[in-house]
Design a protein around this ligand. Structure first.
Ligand code: NAD
Ligand code: UFG
Length: 338
């Protein structure tokens, strides 16, 4: 197939573009580079042995999207483009709603005009909110807790309404748990700008000497070691989940929701210990106050993705840390020339 990937130069997007190229698909990436580097796509081309096309454009720009659809004639879309920092979304909610929600509406209108009605969307486990018991199951009522999460929830609603309005739409809502790791080549990986918000990129920057120590946010939760539990998923497993969802949509209409997670919780201290093992030396840390808004523990029930897509995670926490570390060690400053 020929697939248009929004946000394809970003962290999850670049790994998915590589997986798509390796599976024999043709790819055109649309990205405005607000949080990524074109170097990622150059390296993806090197690893795959062939290039994805690239259009530098903003998804809120419908004319630019129309041109991309006309020029490249994709048959399906994988939609990663979005802003994703929870804390930032509280301070600038309009930017988040405009970029994520209005941007998605522009994309869907452009798709409809070009009769492209198959889309795989990057949702998040954050839509389950604070009232659901873990493990999370797709049929639970959702209710996000911050503007970022609400953009995901609203986009899910828009896509559900669209699917209900016209049976020609084929829609996959993928709720990611905590993506970490990197391609095993160490050539592509996560390259956060500024201070990393997420645990594993922060640990990796301490390990490589860019930060002094990890602050563990909260050591007094009601969990086995007092730190929060999350469901970490290797980014290559996640990328493969997108290909599985796309394959499913080739012979299923309608709107479908799947958790993409491993089904297992790992604590902050366990993740820190696994990363130390991958690095082979101690990584300084300190227990700090809780981070507002953090839930103590959640993980996926991934059984629907296994039943419907034949997909489940195969890579371990150890592999996540080894691969993430290889990327960070070989690229201490990410994609920026060092
Ligand atoms: P990322 O920031 O690395 O990638 C997002 C990409 O979208 C970037 O390349 C950015 O430049 C691009 N982009 C943003 N706004 C755009 C716009 N208006 N027009 C065109 N391009 C735009 O993030 P990621 O971690 O790869 O996440 C990809 C998607 O998955 C996002 O939608 C994110 O919300 C979602 N998600 C991520 C996580 C996570 O922990 N990484 C968890 C759940 C869901
Ligand atoms: N943590 C630390 N120190 C840090 C960073 C994180 O102790 O420097 C802790 C957090 O308190 C949390 C755990 O590590 O207990 C994981 O934190 P992340 O920020 O890596 O991940 P979250 O589960 O908070 O959030 C992630 C994404 C969100 C997404 C959510 C649910 O960042 O976008 O998963 O999928 F919504």
């Amino acid at each position: 197939m020929r697939i248009l990937v929004t946000g394809g130069t970003g962290y999850i997007g670049s790994h998915t573009v590589l997986t798509l190229l390796e599976a024999g698909h043709d790819v055109v990436v649309v990205d405005n580079l607000v949080n990524s580097s074109p170097e990622a796509l150059r390296r993806v081309g090197e690893l795959a042995g062939r290039e994805a096309a690239f259009v530098e454009a903003d998804i809120t720009d419908e004319a630019a999207l129309d041109a991309a659809f006309s020029d490249h004639s994709p048959e399906a879309v994988i939609h990663f483009a979005g802003l994703k920092a929870v804390g930032e979304s509280v301070g600038i909610p309009l930017d988040y709603y405009h970029n994520n929600v209005a941007g998605t509406i522009s994309l869907l209108r452009s798709m409809d005009r070009h009769a492209v009605r198959t889309i795989v969307f990057s949702s998040s486990a954050t839509v389950y909110g604070e009232h659901n018991p873990t493990p999370y199951v797709e049929k639970m009522e959702i209710g996000a807790m911050n503007p970022y999460g609400r953009t995901k929830e609203q986009i899910e609603d828009i896509l559900s309404d669209l699917g209900a309005s016209d049976p020609r739409w084929r829609i996959a809502l993928l709720r990611y748990f905590n993506p970490v790791g990197a391609h095993p080549s160490g050539r592509i990986g996560e390259d956060p700008q500024g201070i990393p918000n997420n645990l594993v990129p922060f640990i990796a920057q301490v390990a490589v000497g860019r930060r002094e120590k990890l602050m563990v946010f909260g050591g007094d939760y009601d969990t086995p070691d007092g730190t929060c539990l999350r469901d970490y998923i290797h980014v290559v497993d996640l990328a493969e989940g997108h290909v599985a969802a796309l394959n499913y949509l080739t012979d299923h209409e309608g709107v479908h929701r799947w958790n993409l997670g491993s089904g297992t919780g790992t604590s902050v201290l366990e993740m820190h210990a696994a990363f130390e093992k991958a690095v082979g030396s101690p990584i300084p840390y300190e227990i700090a106050p809780r981070r507002p808004g953090d839930l103590p523990a959640f993980w996926a029930d991934p059984s629907a993705a296994l039943a419907d897509l034949g997909w489940s995670t195969v890579r371990t926490v150890e592999q996540m840390c080894e691969d993430h570390w290889r990327w960070q060690k070989n690229n201490p400053m990410g994609y920026a020339p060092s």
